[in-house]
Design a protein around this ligand. Sequence first.
Ligand code: ADP
Ligand code: MG
Length: 226
Amino acid sequence: MIEIINLTKTYEKSKKTLRDVNITIEDGEFVFVMGRSGSGKSTLIRLLLKEVEPTEGRIIVNDMDLGRMPRRYIPKYRRKLGVVFQDFRLLKDRNVYENVAFAQRVIGASGRAIRESVPEMLRLVGLSAKYKSYPHQLSGGEQQRVAIARALINRPEVLLADEPTGNLDPQNAIEIMRLLDEINRQGTTVIVVTHSREIVDMMAKRVITIDRGMVIGDTKESGYED
Ligand code: ADP
Ligand code: MG
């Protein structure tokens, strides 16, 4: 469970990027965070990753208060989270297989574990046939699938996606959303940041709306049930 409690974030004095945000996300939920550009969505993701610290308030993940977490525990904590971004962030000089395997290698997985998991993950995202391709040989939608496979390879509990369809055409965007839905059905908590009303309407999931740093709507709070 993720609890964001009375959270305020101020990067620079006077301007509050996030203001008194309260959000609870249960294990296994699929949640959209929707808001216009500059409303503070990416800041929320960065706070969850413990890349930036709250100015006020707390974030508690699985009963662990991020503000009290010892520095040495941060890498282990981050492994509970998979992240994908709008711009994919793949390694350009490595093929699909290597991009996914790399994420597993850096945490010290055995060669055998990698040879087992990578094909399985590429199957999940529908890219088995392209395992030898390099990023520049793939469409945007395919590149995002690789990024999703990489984000999931170490079996995180939560997948954070910051505008994952921002660089994709509508058809690819829909397919990526279906994939995220499937991943959620398999048990991973999924948090998707978007500014697209179309995407949110299509998916019929919980939507937390942020405007100028404040939560102005949460379909769950208003009695919406999945
Ligand atoms: P969104 O992802 O919704 O577009 P962001 O969280 O990226 O919003 O940014 C929200 C606000 O916080 C913006 O006004 C932005 O300029 C400001 N901001 C974000 N990151 C920083 C930073 N590192 N330093 C100062 N201001 C920042
Ligand atoms: Mg952003």
